[in-house]
Design a protein around this ligand. Structure first.
Ligand code: SIN
Length: 303
């Protein structure tokens, strides 16, 4: 018997596998396919104060071993998430969920985090300061140490639950941003969000995506994500959730060796809706293959 359990700031997870925000809706959509209670947890769709329709289409461009999205934080708004989405989720998910919160100002982050903090279904708040698809918000908070510190500090002042700050890879010094969040009181760091990218249609000679650029994710970004998780693990003392191009149980183990206490799976869910289920099922045999009896033993072992 191998031990797949992990812990994030006192929250015990049966395994480290967590569908990433924006790739798993509000969970109940996937409950039609399999019992989502097998998941460690999951991070729900990035939520803002007001409902958002998102960016104009096309919003997706396919790439070799990945895809670019420019969804633009489409979501029903914090009030509907609380009054409609969470009750639907409660019917099919017994575990604590990770609430992914986005915003366009510090006040908006504070407003939404304070509201979601009061929900008993929420175990962790993931503050997304890394969305590359909106102007005057999202990523602009995550590419500057001062802003990252300020958002974190402001959110921490109004919340009681663990706060993980989700970072953008579109920076020169990811360790400095992570350290600023830790200084602001973050309980953990999630990384990486998507890499800013674009495609041009050879027939029309125009950008494929209406918003021109978007966030690149999928298998191709795994080595970049792994490198950043490795760097952040050395820069902070708080736990790290690693993500970016994770496709297999082997990738989960590699991320944990780099320093991740848990691992999110994103684009893989869009290719195969059973991706997380398959990774969870394969994890014990991959652990045995590499003589790992307890997953928590390998966190950061590559250092
Ligand atoms: C989006 O909704 O545009 C993606 C969310 C994100 O990258 O944070």
């Amino acid at each position: 018997m191998v031990d797949t359990t992990v812990e994030l700031c006192g929250l015990k997870l049966d395994n480290p596998v967590i569908p990433a925000s924006g790739t798993f809706g509000f969970g109940y959509e996937f409950a039609e396919l399999y019992d989502i209670n097998i998941l460690g947890s999951f991070s729900f769709k990035g939520t803002t104060k007001e409902p958002r329709f998102g960016n104009p289409t096309p919003r997706i461009a396919e790439c070799t071993r990945g895809l670019i999205n420019s969804v633009g934080l489409q979501n029903p708004g914090i009030d509907k998430v609380i009054s409609e989405e969470l009750p639907k989720l409660k019917k099919c998910f017994d575990k604590k969920v990770i609430a992914n919160i986005s915003g366009f100002s510090v006040d908006e982050y504070v407003y939404c985090c304070k509201k979601i903090d009061a929900e008993e279904q929420v175990g962790i708040i993931e503050v997304n300061i890394s969305c590359p698809n909106v102007h005057n918000g999202g990523m602009s908070f995550g590419t500057d140490t001062k802003s990252a510190y300020e958002v974190t500090k402001a959110v921490k002042a109004v919340t009681t639950k663990p706060v993980f700050v989700k970072l953008s890879p579109n920076v020169t010094d990811i360790a400095a941003i992570a350290a600023a969040c830790e200084e602001g009181g973050a309980d953990g760091i999630s990384l990486i969000n998507t890499l800013l990218g674009m495609r041009i249609d050879l027939k029309t000679k125009r950008p494929v995506i209406a918003n021109k650029m978007g966030g690149f994710s999928g298998e191709a970004i795994f080595p970049v994500a792994l490198r950043m998780v490795y760097q952040v693990y050395e820069a902070v003392k708080i736990p790290v959730i690693g993500m970016g191009g994770v496709l297999t149980a082997d990738d989960v183990i590699e991320m944990m060796l780099a320093g991740a206490s848990a691992v999110q799976v994103g684009a893989a869910n869009l290719i195969n809706p059973y991706a997380c289920r398959d990774i969870i099922n394969n994890l014990p045999q991959v652990m045995k293959k590499y003589n790992i009896s307890r997953l928590t033993d390998i966190i950061g072992m590559a250092h």
